[in-house]
Design a protein around this ligand. Sequence first.
Ligand SMILES: C[C@](O)(CO)[C@H](O)COP(=O)(O)OP(=O)(O)OC[C@H]1O[C@@H](n2ccc(N)nc2=O)[C@H](O)[C@@H]1O
Ligand SMILES: Nc1ncnc2c1ncn2[C@@H]1O[C@H](COP(=O)(O)OP(=O)(O)OP(=O)(O)O)[C@@H](O)[C@H]1O
Length: 294
Amino acid sequence: MPSKLTRWPAPAKLNLFLHILGRRSDGYHQLQSLFQMLDYGDSLQFSADNSGQISLETSIAGVPNEDNLIVRAAKLLQQYAQTSQGARIWLHKTLPMGGGIGGGSSNAATTLVALNYYWQLNLTTDQLAELGLQLGADVPVFVHGQTAFADGVGEQLKALPQPERYYLVVTPDVHISTAEVFGHPQLPRNTQPIAPEHYHFEDTHNDCQELVCQRHPLVAKALQALLEYAPSRMTGTGASVFAVFPRRDQAEQALQSLPASTRGFIAKGVNCSPLIRLLQQLTDSRVQSDSRTQ
Ligand SMILES: C[C@](O)(CO)[C@H](O)COP(=O)(O)OP(=O)(O)OC[C@H]1O[C@@H](n2ccc(N)nc2=O)[C@H](O)[C@@H]1O
Ligand SMILES: Nc1ncnc2c1ncn2[C@@H]1O[C@H](COP(=O)(O)OP(=O)(O)OP(=O)(O)O)[C@@H](O)[C@H]1O
């Protein structure tokens, strides 16, 4: 990975709760969720050029580059903005894949935000979020980068800052298909809507959790293990589960007590994602250097 290029964060998220309110005629589900941004995740580097080519220099095993959400996001942006610019992209992957913590969606969002910056396209956050929605339901929330309450099919977002908490996230080694969970006849689909301002972790739940735990005993086992230490829940459609702690050292202690083979990490919940913080810094320094050269 080139050492001199800026590293753009692609953080993970948690669904602190996930209520399913109903199903639309197109099969998509009306839901409510609280997307908690984390300070932990992958990172990407970009070298923009005028080649018109998009090349991902670090492939993911099992994902052909043309299917990688990073390449798909870059090409979608190129096409939308009708630009002949290109980029070489490096990915530093730390997040487990397919775990309900949004790794792929976050990679796509970071690509849209970073290339909009390097190619100087000046697209708005809303334009980037709308483009991102074509790649996946969770891309817009990462483009906005705020801890947010979601409504609709997950695309209507309202920033809802949360108190500082530490999360121990554990990803059991099972593959869960989001489409399969949402398509299951036993999935509850009649939870009553709540008002964002009335959200309390203890009064909410994840409607997918029981079904996923029944079908995947490793998820049930991981959740049970976490519940020994703190309030815990599954995120998204799984497989990851998380426990909530007021302090980092408490989360660390819990992780140390779990079997050594546990795939887990600790993250701080943040209200503004590290991606958006970096973008603000870079934009501020670009504005300053532009005003000096005028
Ligand atoms: C449930 C969440 O994990 C919450 O973060 C996400 O909304 C799912 O996000 P994602 O994995 O990016 O989902 P997508 O790739 O857009 O959709 C995967 C599949 O999930 C189902 N799906 C997704 C979102 C939604 N509101 N209703 C659905 O029924 C659809 O069958 C869809 O084909
Ligand atoms: N850059 C990428 N990083 C991770 N997965 C990718 C990427 N590009 C494509 N994929 C594919 O997307 C699938 C889902 O990955 P992802 O990590 O986003 O799942 P997830 O954490 O369950 O996301 P969500 O919470 O949005 O459902 C992977 O199994 C992989 O096949």
